[in-house]
Design a protein around this ligand. Structure first.
Ligand SMILES: *[C@@H]1O[C@H](CO)[C@@H](O)[C@H](O)[C@H]1NC(C)=O
Ligand SMILES: *[C@@H]1O[C@H](CO)[C@@H](O)[C@H](O)[C@H]1NC(C)=O
Length: 429
């Protein structure tokens, strides 16, 4: 009953939004029975705005299209919107999700914030998951949520090349022009995933059995540890490493659709493992046919300082990490606290993002108003700032982008040489 009222309330809000002629894309939230009905009532009243290059061109020489999933929880809206603006590019797809520990009100607020931004509205490439559920990062519910996000993105857009997972505590270390430039020259079949046998062994015991109550309770709950253990698998080998990945569209389809039964079987096996997100994709890839194994780049392109504490959780990054972060050539770093001063430094001296605004690039040039006006960071300034949209099919890299391109082409060349060893050395069982 309560659920129905909330749904009705959200629907009511959406009517209100439609009345204001705003594009609304709320996934799932509007239908009381459906499993993930994608609802998209786009009302285009912005035909007066000149958007010469609105549809991303694909193919030889054009930058790829990235599909971002940003997952957060209660209290994460501000961080999420800041991150979204820092990684926004009209070519890409963005899916935002707040788990069940956030309120319906928060999820609504997030959707309205997205809808009320002229840029997001005009390009229509930011979507919010309306129907929420519990997610425990340490349990099977986190793998389920990741696969769900990939499935939604596959359904929402046919064009993207890579799926990138981020949390609300992440931040970029380069502009999207940089990142898209670096990826332009890569074969589109490479999967970026970090294997780390040492870390995996420190954090989990392979035959320990756990239950993730977030798979069947409305709110997330702590993992339950069984007294009984299970045998090591002998039908496949287990692999592990960082939970943060950049995976190809083909590979996500392979995992989501699972016409080969292995990804599905492994999903069931991982639902009783602790920290399965640190192992699921690693294990699927390394037990797959050689042509899929040879797509692995053993790098997650993130800057993370793994904690020395026993729980192995990463340390919060601050100003003291600034230099090292940039030297790392990573595309993203994590985790940051909300509004940590180091984020302002990244905005100012790395990605050139004005407060509250978008990162300038080939699509959104900095002419228009004088620079000073961005200091207040008001919406009006942003509009002026991105007032002259231009080509979304070309990017102009800075030094970070050029460095990353060189690193990636080296990594891609190495992959060709190593092939089989890649997985052999990383086996856990
Ligand atoms: C692998 O994990 C260990 C232990 O947590 C850590 O010290 C090391 O830096 C990690 N290696 C990489 C490449 O992240
Ligand atoms: C904005 O400021 C930067 C340096 O502060 C300058 O290089 C750039 O030309 C300015 N842009 C405009 C449009 O005034």
């Amino acid at each position: 009953m309560r659920k129905l009222q909330i749904l009705a309330w959200i629907s009511g809000k959406c009517l209100w939004i439609s009345a204001l002629a705003i594009t609304v894309v709320l996934l799932g939230a509007l239908s009381k029975s459906s499993t993930n009905r994608v609802i998209s009532n786009k009302i285009n009243v912005f035909d007066d705005i000149q958007l010469p290059m609105r549809v991303p061109l694909k193919g030889n020489g054009y930058p790829p299209i990235l599909a971002y999933w940003i997952c957060g929880t209660n209290g994460d809206i501000k961080k999420m919107l800041r991150l979204l603006k820092a990684i926004y590019h009209p070519r890409n797809q963005y899916l935002l999700q707040l788990d069940a520990d956030s309120s319906d009100y928060e999820r609504e607020e997030l959707a309205v914030s997205v809808e009320s931004d002229r840029v997001f509205r005009s390009f229509g490439n930011v979507n919010v998951v309306g129907k929420s559920y519990a997610i425990n990062q340490m349990g099977g519910s986190a793998v389920a949520a990741t696969l769900h996000a990939a499935a939604l993105l596959l359904k929402l857009s046919i064009g993207w090349d890579w799926f990138i997972t981020l949390s609300a505590s992440d931040y970029p270390l380069m502009t999207q022009d940089d990142l898209l430039h670096a990826f332009t020259f890569l074969p589109r079949n490479l999967n970026f995933i970090l294997y780390n046998r040492t870390r995996w062994k420190e954090r989990q015991e392979i035959n320990r059995v756990v239950v993730d109550p977030s798979l069947y309770l409305q709110k997330s709950a702590p993992i339950m540890y069984a007294v009984e253990t299970r045998e090591n698998p002998d039908a496949f080998n287990v692999f592990g490493g960082s939970p943060w990945v950049i995976l190809t569209r083909d590979f996500m389809e392979y995992c989501v659709k699972a016409w080969d039964n292995f990804p599905r079987k492994l999903l069931m096996y991982h639902s009783n493992m602790i920290n399965p997100l640190e192992s699921y994709f690693h294990t699927v890839l390394c037990n797959s046919p050689p042509d899929l194994q040879s797509t692995i780049i053993n790098n997650h392109l993130r800057y993370i300082v793994w904690g020395s504490s026993t729980d192995g959780e990463p340390q919060f990054l601050t100003m003291s990490n600034f230099e090292q972060m940039l030297e790392s050539k990573a595309a993203f770093a994590r985790p940051f606290r909300e509004d940590d001063p180091v984020l302002d430094d990244i905005d100012e001296s790395v990605i050139n993002r004005p407060p509250g605004g978008f990162v300038p690039g080939e699509w959104c040039s900095r002419h228009g108003k004088n620079n000073k006006s961005f200091e207040n960071g008001t919406e009006a300034d942003n509009e002026e700032f991105c007032g002259s949209w231009s080509n979304i099919n070309s990017v102009k890299p800075g030094t970070q982008g050029i460095k990353l391109r060189i690193l990636l082409s080296k990594l891609a060349a190495d992959v060709g040489k190593k092939r089989s060893n890649q997985c052999q050395n990383q086996m856990v069982n």
